[in-house]
Ligand binder design. Structure first.
Ligand code: SF4
Length: 367
């Protein structure tokens, strides 16, 4: 049987893994054992799964595999931010970034290769859309990130505590695979990411937000970037289809469906002279009045194909002050990983260029 016909166990949720074992005449508890080996111990070779009989290991090797993304490039910033470029089936690459901060490690995961939504300030959008990632390719990103920390004790060490679906792509346009991979990340036999620390970020695919209820309990972030439809139509074109009022209503519906009381995160990229005025900050306060949310301001990171500019520090703080005075918890996302092009909006997959420029290339283990 060729490798492509084998079932890749990396992307199977617990129920799908149990079904897989039932289908081959094995007991369901095998699912938990294999999940722990794969996700908690980073093992991809069935022969190393020592609490499974030799006969079953041989059977698994025949019909299944644990195929992880191929890391073609990795780098660590002076501030500890780690970035990986991973080659997916078909040859295209995606990027994944881990941002450590004290006891916290936040992993920014991609859900698609490229993106069809073409937000005007986003370098990924400029690439166009290539394809959806499979659940295995999405989960593979956290597998690679955890594995990069050698000799960790899964009971004590948690290099990845938070996950944001904010890398390349619009997660809700890859609905089933994103739901499966998020549920797998939260599973206690996999990565045990807390529902409050796993955030799905969407540009506003309203029908898909409505479909989320009952399928996941993850937190939600909205890439808003403008307080009125006219400006948002320009920055986030999907707004022409699903305007702000519908987006906020659908998000409120999802928040109401969660198992505990939680707020949405409103992401707002500040671009000089475009959406960073005090007037727009006041408009945003009015728009979000009564909506359960906190606001995260992201100073725009310039990239070559864009004419937009980074806002001044003063403009960012004035904008923040107005939101705080309006009663909103408002943070400014600090730029991390600048020296390795891992900052927000810089994930474009131009690997050859980066490899030349990097001062701190870390050879992959296989090399
Ligand atoms: S900001 Fe997000 S949704 Fe918009 S083009 Fe970029 S990746 Fe796609």
């Amino acid at each position: 049987m060729s490798s492509t016909q084998k079932v890749n166990l990396l992307g199977l949720t617990r129920s799908k893994m149990e079904q897989f074992f039932a289908d081959i005449g094995e007991k369901p508890f095998r699912a938990k054992q294999v999940m722990q080996w794969v996700h908690q111990f980073g093992v991809s070779d069935f022969d190393q799964m020592t609490n499974i009989s030799k006969a079953l290991r041989a059977k698994l090797a025949d019909i299944a595999e644990v195929r992880v993304p191929e890391v073609t490039y990795q780098d660590i910033s002076t501030d500890g931010t780690r970035k990986w470029v991973m080659k997916m089936d078909g040859g295209s690459s995606i990027e994944t970034v881990l941002i450590p901060d004290g006891n916290r490690g936040t992993l920014c995961i991609s859900s698609q290769i490229g993106c069809a939504l073409d937000c005007s300030f986003c370098s990924t959008g400029k690439q166009g859309f290539n394809r959806n990632l499979s659940a295995a390719e999405i989960v593979g990103q956290i597998w690679v990130a955890v594995k990069s920390f050698e000799d960790i004790d899964p009971d004590k060490d948690r290099p990845v505590t938070n996950v944001v679906m904010m890398g390349m792509g619009e997660p809700l346009l890859n609905f089933d695979n994103v739901i499966d991979s998020m549920n797998l990340m939260m599973d206690d036999f996999a990565y045990s990411i807390s529902k409050r620390r796993l955030t799905l970020s969407t540009a506003g695919v309203v029908p898909a937000i409505k479909k989320l209820t009952g399928l996941t309990d993850a937190s939600i972030a909205i890439s808003l970037h403008a307080p009125n439809d006219e400006l948002r139509n320009e920055l986030v074109p999907v707004n022409k289809k699903y305007p702000i009022s519908e987006l906020l209503e659908a998000t409120k519906g999802y928040l109401d469906s969660l198992s505990d009381k939680r707020k949405a995160t409103i992401e707002y990229t500040l671009i000089e002279g475009v959406n960073d005025s005090q007037e727009l900050a006041h408009q945003l306060v009015n728009l979000l009045d009564g909506f359960p949310c906190k606001v995260n301001l992201i100073p725009f990171n310039p990239f070559p194909q864009s004419d937009y500019k980074k806002p001044s520090g003063n403009a960012v703080h004035r904008f923040q002050d107005i939101l705080i005075a309006g009663g909103f918890v408002t943070t400014i996302r600090s730029t991390r990983g600048d020296d390795i092009d891992a900052a927000c909006g810089q994930l474009v997959g131009n690997v050859a260029d980066r490899t030349r420029r990097s001062a701190k290339y870390i050879p992959l283990k296989e090399e």
